[in-house]
Design a protein around this ligand. Structure first.
Ligand SMILES: *[C@@H]1O[C@H](CO)[C@@H](O)[C@H](O)[C@H]1NC(C)=O
Ligand SMILES: *[C@@H]1O[C@H](CO)[C@@H](O)[C@H](O)[C@H]1NC(C)=O
Length: 452
């Protein structure tokens, strides 16, 4: 139930410099993902229309990325929308308005669908007991987190793992580990050891927007949500944005800022001038050397950037000549338990969404995702086939096609998800967003507009 659109946009927005009458535009926005497009729309709606959006890729969307896979539209990035809670989720509303096909993800039968390392399903009652422990542990961690943050008791943060230790039940068997992975890594893209308890639990995205997670599977793609937003303020022809203020394939390499304005240089040698710049690229890109700031960003800002975590969450799609896995109601999700935590752990078939497509996908994260994506496709396919043979026997066909996103190696992303690490304070998080260390209160109003 990962890559929830509302969490995905934990983007890094900040504004540099001021004054002077430079030729158009007033603001340059770097990046046309959710945060960049919404920043642009916010400016546009408040009367600042001489903007310029520079996007490195050949289309808008960023980590919302729909692709064709053997005649079906699949999502390499954001895939679920959440709704039904007390607060309305803007993206969920748009998905409903556009009549995008969504499917409620039902994890209720997972106790009958966890495979052992060497094959065969765990007995249902064994899994049910383990799930109950995990649920109780999760509740303990959540209420412990609430106690740590209680008003007047602003106590130090701990990792989720530390609170699990306090609960006295730390997962160590393959079964307990894959269940723990399902509870945590599947949400955060990083293990409990590094994830901040105080800033992760309770999971407000579910409390606010609803605990129903809807898997979006529509031929128009998740991207159509962002195109819908972009069309509200950028010129377009049908579903294609054609506006002088959006430039694609523009790789920003340098931002030169001073009191008199900003100068933005791209890889193809173009130079753009503006009064302000908003940088909406991923924190992973900010941590890399893709964009050089002149002069260097101050220490407090770079520290705020370097200390946050860019995580990797990868879905690998496989298409087979026929299906050899259980299908029918409540079989969509199945888990593979392995002594190496996070080894091809979470599987999903698409028989409900795309009947007859014979597509499976597996989710991997963090170090495993990084290890896997550095290998050639054929090597990854071999590893996956070994796992599938353990689960379904040796008599299964080779895939006709495999699709492996490489979010971490991609210099325009450097990961697919950001995660709040232990030790990263609210103060640091504020520093990530603002222009000047002393301006926290002044800038807050402006910046918070950009967050969905
Ligand atoms: C930065 O831009 C200013 C003009 O706005 C220019 O004078 C200066 O040389 C530039 N600095 C660098 C390092 O490119
Ligand atoms: C639950 O999963 C098992 C194993 O895949 C399957 O046989 C069963 O039909 C599923 N549904 C229900 C309601 O048990």
């Amino acid at each position: 139930m990962k890559l929830l659109s509302s969490v995905l946009v934990l983007a890094i927005l900040f504004i540099l410099t001021m004054t002077s009458a430079s030729p158009s535009p007033t603001v340059i926005i770097i990046g046309a993902g959710v945060s960049g497009i919404l920043a642009a729309k916010t400016l546009h709606d408040s009367g600042i229309q001489d903007i310029l959006i520079l996007e490195a890729n050949s289309k808008i969307g960023g980590r919302i990325h729909s692709v064709q896979f053997r005649g079906h539209t699949v999502e390499l990035g954001a895939n679920w929308v959440i709704g039904g809670g007390p607060r309305s989720n803007h993206l969920y509303e748009i998905a409903s308005k556009l009549n995008l096909k969504t499917y409620l993800s039902d994890y209720g039968n997972i106790s009958a669908n966890i495979y052992k390392q060497e094959g065969g399903l765990y007995p249902k009652h064994v899994v049910s007991a383990a799930l109950e422990v995990a649920e109780t542990r999760d509740q303990f961690c959540t209420s412990f987190s609430t106690r740590l943050s209680a008003p007047g008791h602003d106590r130090d943060d701990v990792s989720i793992l530390v609170s699990q230790r306090l609960f006295k039940e730390v997962p160590t068997t393959p079964l307990d580990m894959v269940i723990d992975y399902f509870y945590n890594d599947y949400e955060d893209a990083e293990p409990p050891r590094v994830t901040s308890l105080k800033n992760t639990l309770p999971r407000y995205e579910f409390l606010d927007f609803g605990d129903q997670t809807y898997f979006l599977a529509d031929s128009r793609g998740f991207e159509s949500i962002l195109v819908y937003i972009a069309k509200q303020f950028l010129s377009h022809k049908h579903e294609v944005i054609r506006d002088q203020r959006l430039k694609l394939n523009k790789v920003v390499r340098e931002i030169n800022y001073s009191k008199s304005g900003v100068q933005v240089k791209t890889e193809d040698g173009s130079v753009y001038q503006a009064k302000y710049v908003i940088v909406s690229v991923s924190v992973g890109v900010l941590q890399s050397d893709l964009i050089v700031f002149k002069p260097h960003l101050p220490q407090w800002k770079t520290q705020a950037i370097y200390e946050f975590d860019m995580a990797v969450y990868t879905k690998i799609f496989l298409r087979f000549p026929y299906k050899f896995w259980p299908s029918g109601p409540e079989t969509e999700f199945f888990l593979y338990a392995h002594e190496k935590r996070g080894y091809y752990p979470i599987w999903q078939h698409l028989e409900t969404e795309m009947p007859g497509s014979n597509i499976l996908f597996v989710t991997v994260t963090d170090e495993e995702a990084k290890r896997i994506e550095q290998q050639p496709d054929i090597k990854i396919q071999e590893e996956i086939m070994d796992v599938l043979k353990k689960m379904f026997g040796n008599d299964i066909p080779e895939p006709e096609e495999i699709l492996i996103p490489r979010w971490w190696s991609n210099r325009f992303f450097k990961g697919s998800f950001s995660n709040w690490p232990i030790g990263y304070s609210q103060r640091r998080h504020m520093q990530l967003k603002v222009r000047k260390a002393q301006n926290i209160n002044n800038d807050l109003g402006l910046i918070s507009l950009f967050f969905v």
